[in-house]
Design a protein around this ligand. Structure first.
Ligand code: SAH
Length: 410
C-alpha cells in the first residue's frame, strides 16, 4: 500500500471533492447567499456521496469556501461556510448548533415558553436542518442531502446538549425527494413520546402531536402573533378561520374574548383544539368548533347577518411554486374579501399568508384589492412576520415566508 501511495503526486493525495463555478457566477456567493444552482457550476470533481462536503472554487480558480453537494437537486450546493479558513467537521457543526441555541436563550424564557425552533436551516447557517423543541422532546427535519450526511453527528450533539427524553424525526416532506432522499419518520434517540406532548407557550398550555400533527406538530412560527391577538380580545366575538388545534383561540379566550368560533376542515385538529380548551380551563360555552371548508363557511356566514369584532385568517400555504402564485392570490383575495365584509365597524382582521412565493408587496396588494372590492376602509395597524426563533437572514430572502397584517376595518 505504502509504495503505491508514494507513487501519487501531492495533489492527488490531498484531492478533495470540489466544484468550480462558471466564470462570473460567484456574485451570489459573494453576497453570502447559501444556494448554488446547477446552472452556475462549470465542473465537479471527485464527488461520490450524496451530501458530502465540497470545496467551492470560483471561475478564476480562487478557493471560496465549503458546501454540501446534492447529487440530485437543482440546488447543487448549499454553502456551509464562506470562509476558506474553516475546517468542516463535527466541531464546526457543533459550533453552529451551539450558536443557534445561544440565541434562543437570549430571546425565549423557558419557564413560560418551552416549545420553540432551535435551528432554522439556512437562516441559522445549517442548510436543510430544522430542529424544534417541544418540552423534553426534540423534533428534527433533515431536508437536504447535506443535513442527512451529518445526521449522526447532529443527533449526538443535540442529545448531549439537551439530554432530551427523545428525538423524533419528521423528514416526511416532499422536498426530500428533490434531494434524492426518501421520506423518513421515526425515533432517532431515546424513547417515543407516550401520546401527546404538553407544552407551554407564553403561559398557555397546548397538547402537541409530534407524530401526526402538521409540520413538526405545532405552528410555533405564530407565537408572537398569537400573543398580539390578546390586545384585541377582551369582550370580543372572534372568528378563527383555519384554527388548527386552537392556538389563536386559546390566547384570545384567556385574554377575555366573549366567544370564539373555530373553523377548520380537519376533524383531528378540532378534536385536539377541544382538548386544549379543557387543558386551559376554558368554559365550553365560550367556543364553538366547526368542521367546514373556510371558503364555503364564510359564504354561509355572508348569507346571515352575523358580524364579528375580530377575524383571524391563517390559511395553509396556497402557493407551493411560482406557477401557483396567480391562483393562490385569487384564493387569498377571496377569503379576505369575504372576511372584511363580516367585520363590524372598527372590527379587526388578523390576516396571514405563509406562502414564500407571495412576497410582502404582493400580499399587501391583495389585501388592498380585497378592501376596495369589499367597499371597506382598511387601516393597517401592524405588519407581522414569523416569530424570531424562525430566524431570517438579509442574505437569504427565501427564509421569510410568513407575512401578516393587523387591520382595523371601517
Ligand atoms: N392558526 C393555526 C395554524 C393554521 S394551519 C395555529 O396558530 O396553530 C392551517 C389549517 O388550515 C390546518 O389546520 C388545516 O387543517 C386547515 N385547512 C386547510 N385548508 C382548509 C380549508 N379549505 N378550510 C378549512 N380549513 C382548512
Amino acid at each position: 500500500m505504502i509504495p503505491f501511495l508514494f507513487s501519487l503526486n501531492r495533489n492527488e493525495i490531498l484531492k478533495m471533492p470540489s466544484i468550480k463555478l462558471k466564470k462570473g457566477r460567484d456574485k451570489s456567493f459573494n453576497r453570502k447567499h447559501p444556494w448554488i444552482f446547477s446552472g452556475a457550476i462549470d465542473s465537479v470533481k471527485d464527488i461520490k456521496v450524496n451530501g458530502e462536503t465540497v470545496d467551492i472554487i470560483s471561475g478564476d480558480g480562487k478557493f471560496l469556501g465549503y458546501g454540501s453537494y446534492s447529487l440530485q437537486s437543482q440546488i447543487s450546493v448549499r454553502v456551509l461556510s464562506f470562509n476558506p479558513g474553516d475546517k468542516i467537521g463535527r466541531e464546526f457543526i457543533q459550533q453552529r448548533i451551539e450558536n443557534a441555541i445561544q440565541f434562543r436563550k437570549q430571546i425565549i424564557n423557558d419557564e413560560s415558553t418551552n416549545a420553540y425552533r432551535i435551528i432554522n436551516a439556512e437562516s441559522d447557517s445549517l442548510p436543510g436542518l430544522v430542529v424544534d423543541k417541544y418540552a423534553d422532546f426534540l423534533v428534527c427535519q433533515f431536508l437536504s442531502s447535506g443535513a442527512e450526511f451529518w445526521k449522526k453527528e447532529i443527533i449526538e450533539i443535540l442529545s448531549n446538549h439537551f439530554k432530551p427524553k427523545g428525538i423524533f424525526e419528521r423528514s416526511d416532506s416532499d422536498v426530500r425527494e428533490k434531494e434524492g432522499l426518501q421520506q423518513s419518520k421515526g425515533i432517532l434517540y431515546g424513547k417515543a413520546s407516550e401520546g401527546l406532548i404538553e407544552i407551554i407557550e407564553n403561559g398557555n398550555k397546548f397538547l402537541v402531536d409530534i407524530v401526526l400533527g402538521h409540520k413538526t406538530g405545532f405552528y410555533l412560527d405564530q407565537r408572537v402573533n398569537r400573543k398580539l391577538l390578546q390586545n384585541f380580545s377582551a369582550g370580543s366575538e372572534i372568528l378563527n378561520c383555519f384554527s388548527y388545534t386552537g392556538g389563536f383561540s386559546v390566547y384570545a379566550l384567556k385574554a377575555g374574548a366573549s366567544k370564539v368560533i373555530n373553523v377548520d376542515s380537519s376533524a383531528e385538529a378540532l378534536s385536539l383544539a377541544e382538548k386544549n380548551f379543557a387543558l386551559n380551563e376554558i368554559d365550553s360555552s365560550k367556543y364553538e368548533n366547526t368542521q367546514d371548508d373556510v371558503f364555503k363557511y364564510l359564504r354561509k356566514l355572508r348569507d346571515t347577518n352575523k358580524q364579528f369584532d375580530v377575524i383571524v385568517l391563517d390559511p395553509p400555504k396556497f402557493a407551493e411554486s411560482v406557477s401557483q402564485i396567480e391562483k393562490a392570490a385569487r384564493g387569498y383575495k377571496d377569503i379576505n374579501l369575504l372576511a372584511l365584509k363580516l367585520l363590524k365597524n372598527n372590527g379587526v382582521l388578523f390576516t396571514f399568508s405563509c406562502s414564500g412565493h407571495i412576497v410582502p408587496d404582493l400580499f399587501n396588494k391583495i389585501i388592498a384589492d380585497a378592501a376596495a372590492d369589499a367597499g371597506r376602509e382598511v387601516h393597517i395597524l401592524k405588519y407581522l412576520t414569523q416569530s424570531p426563533d424562525h430566524t431570517m437572514l438579509t442574505s437569504f430572502p427565501e427564509g421569510l415566508y410568513l407575512k401578516g397584517l393587523v387591520c382595523k376595518v371601517n
